[in-house]
Ligand binder design. Structure first.
Ligand SMILES: *[C@@H]1O[C@H](CO)[C@@H](O)[C@H](O)[C@H]1NC(C)=O
Ligand SMILES: *[C@@H]1O[C@H](CO)[C@@H](O)[C@H](O)[C@H]1NC(C)=O
Length: 371
């Protein structure tokens, strides 16, 4: 009798597992396609074959990623990996550099470490795909999609109008350009305000190209508090224990000027186009929130990378085969520049379903998927 019960339970749990697997297999994502543009915060391997220092296809990068080392600049998932999961995609979105032709309809990731809005941004690190080139890759992708739809433009544009495009650019235009006066002249040519304005001009022009190619749901990710990353903390002359909130506020103020402009840009796009929706994700605010309320998010360490070298583990990024910290879920930063998997999960969650207009404007990604 006991045996029979056990047996029945076993069969039942097998059935449940099978049903769950079937449900997963038949799961339909909330949007048919997801395209990603950006820098190392969301790159998933596009730089692997390039001659550049902006590469992460070695251990311990990917130490907590299901498929191991991939070229992602973190221990596990990036923010867009988590977003893909929240949107109901069964598999992560593949990098453009290795994507198969038949994967293009579902979306690919064009992001490239060191990339910026300006073409020269990141050249100090080596080869990469600036935003201009990422947009060119999207144009080529749309051409292939058109052939896959047998040149039926009704079908093509209907499909494209449902895709979510995630765009996260700008961090490197500061980190690997404006704040690097030995390599770039921008900080002597432009005031912070003027620089933000020229960046926005280029950004708008390239976003407009995405719109003209058929994109209708576009997520613009703001720049986080760069003044609080281990790399900048390591460069502070005062120890971080003595600064008011452990950040370089001069840098944060300059980043804020850029972000305020981004929000205005998103409003302008929404006014100018009735058949599309642009949303602004306030990464600056959420990164501030993670620092200010670190304990409630479970972070014990917010001023050091889990893996790295020198002050704050922030002077050099995580080196090949270096041993990272063990308690990675308690670290906000994985290395000198990039958040950990758990931090990326929080960023993604806020972008996906926050109901506060100061986090996501004018709506969240979940709502964007539904319209
Ligand atoms: C293109 O696709 C639409 C929508 O599926 C269909 O109604 C139309 O007949 C197609 N046009 C051609 C020329 O096949
Ligand atoms: C947002 O979604 C996540 C994941 O589904 C969930 O855990 C969280 O409670 C949600 N938050 C809100 C405010 O709805």
């Amino acid at each position: 009798m006991e045996d029979l019960k056990k047996h029945t339970l076993f069969i039942l749990s097998l059935l449940t597992a099978a049903a769950a697997a079937a449900a997963a297999a038949w799961q339909v994502p909330q949007v048919p396609c997801f395209f990603i543009f950006g820098d190392s915060l969301v790159d998933n391997g596009n730089n692997n074959g390039l001659l550049t220092l902006a590469r992460a296809n070695y251990m311990p990068y990917g130490i907590d990623f299901p498929q191991g080392v991939s070229g992602r600049f973190t221990n596990g998932r990036t923010t867009v990996d988590v977003l893909a999961q929240l949107l109901g995609f069964r598999d992560f979105i593949p990098p453009y550099s290795t994507a198969q032709r038949n994967e293009l309809l579902r979306g690919v990731n064009f992001a490239s470490g060191a990339a910026g809005i300006r073409d020269e941004t990141g050249n100090n690190l080596g080869e990469h795909y600036p935003f201009t080139e990422q947009v060119a890759h999207f144009r080529q992708t749309v051409q292939v999609m058109r052939r896959l739809f047998r040149r039926n433009d009704t079908k093509l544009y209907n499909h494209l109008s449902k895709c979510i495009l995630f765009v996260g650019m700008g961090s490197n235009d500061y980190l690997n350009n404006y704040f690097m006066p030995n390599f770039y002249t921008t900080s002597s040519v432009y005031s912070p305000k003027a620089y933000a304005a020229v960046l926005q001009e280029d950004y708008s022009r390239l976003l407009n190209q995405l719109y003209e190619l058929g994109a209708r749901k576009i997520v613009i990710m703001g720049v986080g508090q760069i003044g609080c990353i281990p790399y900048e903390l390591a460069r502070l002359s005062v120890p971080t224990s003595q600064t008011e909130n452990r950040c370089n506020e001069k840098i944060n103020t300059i980043i804020n000027i850029f972000n305020n402009g981004l929000l205005e840009m998103v409003k302008r796009f929404n006014q100018a186009t009735s058949n599309s929706k642009f949303i602004y994700v306030n990464t600056y605010k959420s990164s501030r929130d993670l620092v200010m309320n670190s304990k409630s998010y479970g972070f014990d360490v917010i001023d050091k990378g889990c893996c790295g070298v020198g002050r704050n583990n922030g002077q050099i990024t995580c080196l090949p085969l270096q041993t990272p910290c063990v308690n990675r879920n308690n670290y906000l930063f994985w290395d000198a520049f990039h958040p950990t998997d758990v931090a990326n999960e929080i960023y993604a969650m806020k972008a996906y379903n926050s109901t506060s207009a100061s986090d996501v404007y004018p709506m969240n990604i979940k709502q964007l998927a539904l319209i």
